[in-house]
Design a binder for this molecule. Structure first.
Ligand SMILES: [Zn+2]
Length: 332
């Protein structure tokens, strides 16, 4: 977009006239981001630029614009189209009632606007996303993303240190794309939507990972080992990622990285336990699952996720003990 701006406003540079690959979206965004004050009309485009009192013909007369060939739309300058109403010659499409209405509207607007070309003054472009009308890359980025809201939890998930497959699972959970029983029922794939962990509530992903009685007991036993049992989710806990964001603000900064990894680990293993029950007909007790979580946490620390040590110092002992056992076995 920066090059488009320079191409229109700084044609003294040698590269300004080089052909540029154009993406439709970027071009449309650019056209909507500038307004033109007509000077000699040589750098403003008659059909696409906003030169009629801050509006373009696309804004005012869409049917008329569709009666112009795309090539003419892109190339016709105001200097070419305005004198003697030469623009009327560009109309090659069918003259429907709406096209004629649009034609008369544009005719009146141009006549009433009293647009005259000045040979001495170049066209002036104004960037509408900054107060001084000058282009900045930051304002262009902000304009592109205006109205978009970040998903709660997306940023912290991106920064969390954990194996990719586990983070990918939580990313799907964040978008409610996991095939839980409730989702399968919504898609008419099964009749029963009961949770596979507690058999009491519909199996939504937030229920499964957070408010399910099985999940809450698991969280309690794991968090108690970190002295964070007060963060155990409640039956009425909100969305999983809201709970995660809320909890990480309650704990010391130096523990947050470990906590983030632990959240991904527990969420991932709760989901795996659910799948074991569905597909393998095997089930673990809460205490067995907690033991598995600690074993897996130790493996993660060996894989480099050492931030878990700060949260679960007992992993150091487990790790040391495992090393000792390994050495003993080796010596034997
Ligand atoms: Zn449940």
């Amino acid at each position: 977009m920066r090059w488009l701006w320079f191409q229109r406003t700084d044609h003294t540079c040698s590269w300004a006239s080089l052909p540029q690959p154009q993406e439709k979206l970027v071009q449309a965004m650019f056209n909507n981001s500038i307004t033109v004050q007509i000077g000699n009309g040589q750098r403003s485009f008659f059909w696409t630029d906003k030169w009629i009192n801050g509006h373009s013909i696309q804004d005012i007369a869409l049917a008329l614009l569709k009666a112009i060939t795309p090539q003419t739309r892109r190339k016709r300058t105001v200097a070419q189209g305005l004198p003697n109403n030469a623009w009327a010659q560009d109309i090659t499409g069918a003259l429907t009632v709406q096209v004629l209405i649009d034609y008369l509207l544009i005719w009146d607007l141009i006549r009433q606007g009293g647009f005259t070309l000045s040979n001495d003054e170049p066209d002036t472009f104004r960037w509408k996303w900054t107060s001084d009308g000058k282009f900045t890359t930051a304002s262009a980025y902000n304009a592109f993303f205006v109205g978009q809201h970040a998903l709660p939890g997306a940023k912290q998930l991106r920064r969390t240190k954990a194996p990719g497959r586990c983070k990918f699972f939580l990313w799907l959970a964040m978008h409610d794309r996991c095939w839980t029983a409730a989702r399968r029922k919504r898609h008419n794939l099964q009749d029963n939507d009961a949770c596979n962990l507690c058999d009491q509530q519909p199996e939504e992903i937030s229920h499964l990972l957070l408010s399910c009685v099985f999940a809450r007991e698991t969280w309690f036993l794991v968090l108690r080992r970190c002295n964070l049992q007060q963060l155990t989710p409640q039956p009425a806990s909100p969305d999983f990622f809201e709970w995660w964001s809320h909890c990480r603000k309650q704990i010391a900064k130096e523990l947050r990285k470990g906590f983030d990894s632990l959240v991904v680990l527990v969420g991932w293993l709760l989901w795996k336990e659910r799948n074991q029950r569905v597909f393998q007909r095997n089930s673990m007790t809460v205490r067995e699952l907690v033991s598995l979580i600690l074993d897996e946490a130790m493996i993660w620390t060996h894989a480099g996720h050492t931030q878990l040590f700060a949260l679960l110092p007992e992993l150091l002992l487990r790790s040391y003990s495992a090393n000792l056992n390994g050495r003993d076995l080796f010596l034997v």
